[in-house]
Design a protein around this ligand. Sequence first.
Ligand SMILES: [Zn+2]
Length: 460
Amino acid sequence: MIFDNVTAITMNARRQILTQGAVVVKANRIAAVGKSGEILSRFPDQAVIPCNGNVLMPGLIDTHVHTAQAMIRGCADDLGLIDWLGKRVWVLQGNYSEEDGRASAALCALEMIQSGTTAFLECMLAERYGFDGVAEVVLQSGMRAAIAKIVMDLPSYAKIEGFMHSGMVEDGRTSVDNTLAAHKKWNGAGEGRIQVWFGPRTPGGATLELYDEIGALAEERGMGITIHLSEVREDLEYARSQGFRSPAELALAHHLLGPRTVLAHCVWTDEADWKIFAQTGTTVAHNPASNSKCASGIAPVHRMLQAGVNVALGCDGGPSNNTYDLIRDLRLASYLANLRENDPTVVPAEAVLEMATLNGAKALGLDREIGSIEPGKRADFILIDMDKPHLTPCWDPVSTVAYCAHGSDVDTVVIDGRIVMQGRKVLTLDEEVVVEEARRRAPEVARRAGLDIGPRWPVV
Ligand SMILES: [Zn+2]
């Protein structure tokens, strides 16, 4: 297939923007990238897909996703963290069945594909959501994913009355064993599209011994680890109560850091922490919308990038964002960093696009495979329909995509050489069925949880 007449934001080493370009896909890889005329004469027998001058760029990589939370989108708006988690999110999730977990993952995948995300890191898959069902959804959707199974052995949050719902508690042995079983069964499935990782609970939700064990197992098997770290100020107090200067130092001492680790949030971190992240090659998943909505704080993204940390982007979840449209968060990531540093030059459009592509690829250990439009890489890319008033005029496709586009401007999605969406129609999942099922299941979960969720204004 030749995707012809594109404006390609290649993200190659020279960061070239190719106009009147063409991209050739053979099987699951990019075979050639070049000027349209040259490509068409070099590959005369290939099927040509005309692209109307639209932007072609690497698929976005979301490095912090809770798939189970898609179906409880908007269930806990405008609440403080304790009530947000303890009275809504955990209560609802603690009442999920495996069918609910699967339905929510399908809803989430559908939304991600429709907004140009081609690969993601599911950060906390609980036992009760059903690992197999979620992995099957990923396979069917055509997406690329690292799925991290929850590991925990300290039900400390459950001991605070009314905080962690009993349905969310797992025991240490089972949670580790089941992660290893899922790894054995699913890692590498879908021609390598699926990876299985460890998703330990944030410090306070697991013992330090469990972290040591996970660190050793991950090292031995080449598995990734993802964990929420320094999201809120209270995380610092917990680390200090355990005798550490910061959560980053706790994570370092207990073998959680390294090039296969993704730390979510890292809002409450300092220079010494950034040095640790950079030296160990650890990735930080920045979640600008979630941090803003939950008032967790503004992460020091500019400082981390300057310190050499690999910073990628994440949407987080349905109750904290409230969408899985990573394009919307490109703009927020830049604007928030400007606000924090009181300087509009610190995290420009180019930097946020790197975070959502190249840095995300590195986070998943796939920097040699995805993240840019270059011959030899896997064909994971998207086309953005630029024929829109809010994308006009377009002086610079990079800042237009980063600051003006919406997820709904994505027209075509290709993952691993397969067209997954074309003309905004998703070809791998049945949109009507997926949406209808989520719409039916969500109120049933709320009913089982004993929650009455609705408008705060009178309904007449
Ligand atoms: Zn999260």
